[in-house]
Design a protein around this ligand. Structure first.
Ligand code: NAD
Length: 451
């Protein structure tokens, strides 16, 4: 089996990728099991040093990785470079973890009680197509740091940077089989991560629908899972905010990566008294967005990842009140102009569905209570922003919105040194931040009597 990749910006056919079979997946998992034993025998300092070598290999390859992501995923080159550097940073950050897996000493009667954080063994990571290399690194870096082996399955459409990262791990001298990238179908390779008993944890990032199936399947073996799923995040703009700044930055909170971002603030909730001013300013900022050739340094938004995805996004315009649109190239490639619609109410599909494309919907609200109620009227709870000059309101609303990652007067969401993950049906568990390696361990408790 194989899959032929298509450049999303040009429609040109690119290389064909061989897909691994169930037997080959089992073979890779067995190699990973053996490699993990060797990895666990390294001293913590040696494991940290190996991860730093991996980070240096990524650093020296930033241009190659970025160029692959431009070709394969249509990411603008400036963004793709940021992503490759982010992978380097994630590896550097977690390279300090092996020497900091401290455990605890717990005061008890009659002796001492200590805890160990033992690696799980083999970890399976399944990634989506929207941010292939960064999302992979959020799983593999802390998992390796905690002493595990990793098998990584990238999405069918976007395997190239993950395959390259696998090669870089080998060139950095990681033990043979410790970090393997297996290109293949979700229903074959991804599913085998769930059913093969040697894989002790699965980190899944993707749609809520597939994530539910992963969780059901994992129950058979009480397999550990982390789920990073969909989102429908709110960008809440109060009348007392710097409305011009909110309008100037809003496009970057939803149209980055052509809206194919789980953290996209795809619902903009604006207080009624400033709606007209906000819309005027938003139209200006959307019209300035540079959409086009992702190899161009100035490009801010590229194409959608695949023609079939583009068709799915376009369907939403059939029943939407379009307020205005930005620009997009015509001709070959999966182009879609950034689009702003006016909400037809809280049940409007543009208000409820994770479109995962460059469509944002504006909905007017009355007061703080109304804003919170609308923001929470979704099964998702991943991200969001709150714009206000009232510090107390910023605190109240950020505590009331049911979402894992919020920012006040900014659209910041993912930093490698802070925890990231979703509430409600946006996910289960957290990635990144100082505790991530612990999520790839079992805590073992040992009592030693003093007599
Ligand atoms: P998807 O669920 O279709 O696929 C994700 C991955 O799962 C792919 O590698 C796919 O091959 C694999 N897969 C599919 N069926 C499988 C099965 N039965 N068993 C095992 N693996 C299987 O998602 P997608 O379309 O690639 O990505 C878009 C989705 O990802 C959006 O919903 C988006 O919100 C979500 N996402 C979430 C986060 C987050 O951190 N919360 C980040 C990025 C993307």
């Amino acid at each position: 089996m194989s899959y032929t990749l298509i450049n999303p910006a040009t429609g040109e056919t690119m290389e064909t990728i061989d897909h691994v079979t169930v037997d080959e997946t089992d073979h890779a998992i067995e190699r990973a099991r053996v490699a993990q034993k060797e990895w666990a025998s390294f001293t913590p300092a040696e494991r940290g040093e190996a991860l730093r070598r991996f980070a240096r290999a990524v650093e020296n390859d930033v241009e190659t990785l970025a160029a692959l992501e431009v070709r394969n995923s249509g990411h603008p080159i400036s963004q793709a470079r940021w992503e490759a550097n982010h992978v380097r940073n994630v590896l550097d950050y977690y390279s300090a973890a092996p020497e900091r897996m401290l455990g605890k000493q717990i005061p008890v009667a009659g002796g001492i009680d200590i805890t160990f954080n033992d690696p799980l063994g083999v970890v399976g990571i399944i990634t989506p197509w929207n941010f292939p290399m960064t999302i992979a690194s959020w799983g593999f870096a802390p998992a390796l740091a905690a002493g595990n082996a990793v098998v990584l399955k990238p999405a069918e459409w976007t395997p190239l940077t993950s395959i390259r990262l696998g090669e870089l791990g080998v060139s950095a001298g990681l033990p043979d089989g410790l970090f393997q990238v297996l290109a293949g179908k979700g229903s074959v390779v991804g599913n085998r991560f769930i059913t093969n008993e040697t894989v002790r944890k699965v980190v899944f990032t993707g749609s809520t629908e597939v994530g539910k199936g992963i969780m059901r399947g994992a129950a058979d073996q009480i397999k550990r899972v982390t789920l990073e799923l969909g989102g429908k995040s709110a960008n809440i703009v109060f009348a007392d905010a710097d409305v011009d700044k909110a309008a100037a930055t809003a496009p970057y909170s939803v149209f980055e990566n052509a809206g194919q971002d789980c953290c996209a603030r795809s619902r903009i909730l604006v207080q009624k008294s400033v709606l007209d001013r906000f819309m005027e300013q938003l139209e200006v900022s959307v019209s300035k967005l540079v959409v086009g050739d992702p190899t161009n340094e100035a490009t801010e938004m590229g194409p959608l990842v695949h023609a079939s995805h583009q068709a799915g996004v376009e369907k939403y315009l059939e029943h939407a009140d379009v307020a205005f649109r930005g620009s997009a190239p015509s001709g070959p490639g999966n182009w879609f102009a950034p689009t702003v619609t006016m909400s037809r109410g809280v049940t409007d599909p543009c208000m409820t569905d994770e479109i995962f494309g460059p469509i944002v919907t504006v909905h007017a609200f009355d007061d703080e209570a109304d804003a919170i109620e609308i923001a929470n009227a979704t099964e998702f709870g991943l991200s969001g922003s709150i714009w206000t000059r009232d510090i107390g309101r910023g605190i109240r609303v950020s505590r009331a919105v049911e979402s894992g990652n919020l920012s006040v007067n900014s659209h910041s969401s993912v930093r490698y040194n802070t925890p990231f993950g979703g509430m409600k049906q946006s996910g289960l568990g957290r990635e990144l931040g100082p505790d991530a390696p612990l999520h790839f361990t079992e805590e073992k408790n040992v009592f030693i009597p003093a007599d």
